[in-house]
Design a binder for this molecule. Sequence first.
Ligand code: NAD
Length: 478
Amino acid sequence: MKKITVAKGDGIGPEIMDATLDIILAAGARIEIDEIEVGEKVYLAGNTSGIAKASWESIRSNKVFLKAPITTPQGGGYKSLNVTTRKMLGLYANIRPCSSLYPFVETKHKNMDMVIIRENEEDLYAGIEHQQTDEVVQCLKLVSRPGCEKIIRYAFEYAKLYGRKKVTCFTKDNIMKQTDGLFHEVFNEIGYEYPDIEKEHWIIDIGAAKMADTPEIFDVIVTLNLYGDVISDIAAQIAGSVGLAGSANIGQECAMFEAIHGSAPRRAGQNMANPSGLLQGAVMMLNHIGQNDIAEKVQNAWLKTLEDGIHTYDIYKENTSKEKVGTKEFAQAVISRLDQSPKILKTVNYSEVSPIIIKPYQRKPSTKKELVGFDAFVHWKGLDPNELGEIISKLNTKSLTINMITNRGIKVWPHGFEETFCTDHWRCRFKAADGKTISKREIVNILWAAIQNGIDVIKTENLYYFDDKAGFSLGQGQ
Ligand code: NAD
């Protein structure tokens, strides 16, 4: 018997959770349910995180959390419980299988069968944002080597376990050479350890376009947090309906399973919602806790129900469906097929499935780190970069001199274009003479001189070489 934490959530949440639990318990799931309250009521009671302390304790001790969708109240500074849960519990991998159920669920993509593995903790979702000048705000994109190694290794281990042939990496490293570049580099490194699996890399824009057009050419896709968020909703939608897809959020210790859709408040309390998305989350949970026999039984009965044309309103079509049913009736239809398998859709066999355990991250030996300059970001209301160039050049010292000025990343001094649009946010790059390193003291000297000259430096970034390789990008146009 495995104790699991369950939250019934908001909107259609309680209905689809009851249906899901009815099905898995009827199938013989060996689980004990520890129910907690999360979401709207908890938020409105004044808890801005949407979850009480005692509920965290339940999840942390049971380590397995089945969660129905919740409603995040608009405005009022309420934090997304999903993002908080993923990050607090270190649920680094988000897994979303998306396959078509053609001809029983209408889709333009009959042979689509892919799994999106999205990094879940880093990237722009670190939520580190600042207003820096009157005109410019910033969001920090953080990507770490441990973060990349964990998710990419997970993707290859997943492909191996489920007998998938290819892992595709999506990044935008033609533009973001440091952050997305690291993700791509780690993909190549870890890929070597899996010689039997085909590997490929696509730039996200054309990759996403191809995925929306010809999803059947993809198998497992691994990508960064934001891209994964966007493409996994597209993938679920083009497979048939967002109401059919489930997702797993996996960490070293804990795991959370859910539907990918939200609480659909307009459909709440009407016995209309499709419980399939949450049921798919529950099937992944059963595999995760080693109850593969039950997972397999539920999945095959679910496929048979869809094949028999028993459909909720969201996938009901005159030509392909036989009976339009409500949430409860759909659950009953699955329960009455628990010893059956689909005839046309592929029967699943989970006997070989086991939890994916990846080796813990090993910190690499330190590299040779040399400070070779710094970027000073300046709030300046002038318009002519040449004027700023003159002002900033007065700060030059013997060892550190101004090398270029950019505005939103584009080089505007020296020799900029008059056509380039400039805001009030300027990056002034100071560099040491060729091959030299500097001390932090020299940076402080320049900053002190800037204060004395009334120059408004709003932040600085140090420029390092790591093992003789530049740890910073060039200015665009440099
Ligand atoms: P939504 O996914 O709740 O609903 C969008 C539409 O999709 C619905 O109007 C409905 O037509 C359809 N739909 C969704 N699930 C369905 C199902 N199971 N069966 C049948 N049809 C279904 O998205 P939304 O309306 O943008 O968001 C509503 C609330 O859900 C918001 O408060 C949002 O913050 C929250 N939300 C929660 C989660 C989560 O808890 N994981 C995820 C996304 C959105």
